[in-house]
Ligand binder design. Structure first.
Ligand code: NAI
Length: 333
């Protein structure tokens, strides 16, 4: 079994090779998979891809022609894969649906607490011997109304933490979760969540229905000074609308682990370059915006679970025991 790992960072190679058996030969490519790099796949059986690899119909056709039979995503989201084209071409597609959802939930809450208590500012001030408290005023989380959009694995874990803080938790999801209701959360229509929540956190997948669900109109329905957190996918929010919301003070705090155009920026060191993305640069100038580079998943536990599930997907495809929990497309491999 020859498997190519694209967008491969040293930590990916370390975690996957630690668990790979002798019959899986790994080929690690730091490059993203796209139309230019797909020739690297000649002779491979499977490719392992991440959030910003391009797996469109053209790439899939070339993968098929190269002899690849399985696309193993080492992430939960699959908005970057053309599943219809994979089905048509008879290619298997697997993902890692629930690896340590707490990793992303805890990161979302870390963004909330940092923005609220201005930890990013306090850290720098104290380093410089500045102990002035002006500008660092926060609010109690207890008693605040929070809104969770998407209550799957990660949204549920986030809701549980916020319930533990003593927050009121409003949720919106087309498929309400009974256990979460029993734990004290309340499922409400989206407009009610948008208008009532002090803090809104996005945890739904990116697809044609959710693309730009946070836009000028939905932002106008929110409380003045709302805190908005997106650890899900950048395309859920219209970035220009976020900037307008920040400029008008409608959005009082913005925490992002994902960004619409992140594929050009994230996971690489650009510190000695001139960043050409003016929208991102404008976003990062606001004192009340905190951006992390898609690191919500990045815990030891999650990396181990991702490697384990990815390798078991590869084995399942090879021996024809694919199941519906991890396989999005299941032709014979
Ligand atoms: P999941 O599949 O367990 O849950 C998604 C939930 O969203 C489901 O309950 C579904 O019914 C709901 N949903 C679908 N469309 C919706 C809509 N339009 N409005 C409201 N709810 C909607 O997914 P999971 O594991 O909780 O992950 C959520 C997202 O988090 C992933 O799609 C991925 O984009 C992102 N993610 C981000 C990571 C990071 O490192 N920042 C790591 C892992 C996932």
């Amino acid at each position: 079994m020859q498997m190519g790992i694209f967008s491969c960072q040293p930590f990916d190679e370390a975690s996957i090779s630690k668990l790979a058996g002798g019959d899986v030969h790994l080929h690690c490519f730091p490059a993203r998979l796209d139309e230019n790099t797909v020739p690297l796949c000649d002779g491979l059986d499977a490719v392992c891809v991440f959030v910003n690899d391009t797996v469109n119909a053209v790439v899939l056709e070339k993968l098929k022609a190269s002899g690849v039979s399985h696309i193993a995503l080492r992430c939960a989201g699959y908005n970057n894969v053309d599943l219809e084209a994979a089905k048509r071409l008879g290619l298997a597609v697997s993902h890692v649906p629930a690896y340590a959802p707490e990793a992303v939930a805890e990161h979302a809450v870390a963004l909330m607490l940092t923005l609220n208590r201005r930890m990013h500012k306090a850290y720098n001030r104290v380093k410089e011997g500045n102990f002035d408290l002006n500008g660092l005023l926060g609010f109690n989380m207890a008693g605040k109304t929070t809104g969770i959009i998407g209550t799957g694995h990660i949204g549920r874990a986030t809701a549980r933490i916020l319930l533990g803080f003593g927050c009121e938790v409003l949720c919106y999801d087309p498929a309400p979760d009974r256990q979460l209701q029993d734990a004290g959360a309340r499922f409400v229509p989206l407009d009610e969540l948008l208008s009532r929540a002090h803090i809104i956190s996005l945890h739904c997948p990116l697809n044609q229905h959710s693309y730009h669900m946070i836009n000028e109109e939905s932002i106008s329905k929110m409380r003045d000074g709302v805190m908005l957190i997106n650890t899900s996918r950048g395309g859920l929010a219209d970035t220009q609308a976020l900037i307008n919301g920040l400029k008008s003070h409608k959005i009082g705090y913005l925490g992002l682990d994902v960004y619409e155009m992140e594929s050009e920026l994230f996971f690489k060191d650009h510190s000695c370059e001139i960043i050409q993305d003016d929208v991102f640069e404008r976003l990062s100038t606001f004192h009340n915006v905190l951006i992390t580079g898609h690191q919500g998943f990045f815990t030891q536990e999650a990396l181990g679970q991702i490697a384990q599930t990815t390798l078991s997907n590869v084995a399942a495809c090879a021996n024809g025991t694919m199941d519906t929990t991890t396989f999005l497309v299941k032709p014979a491999c």
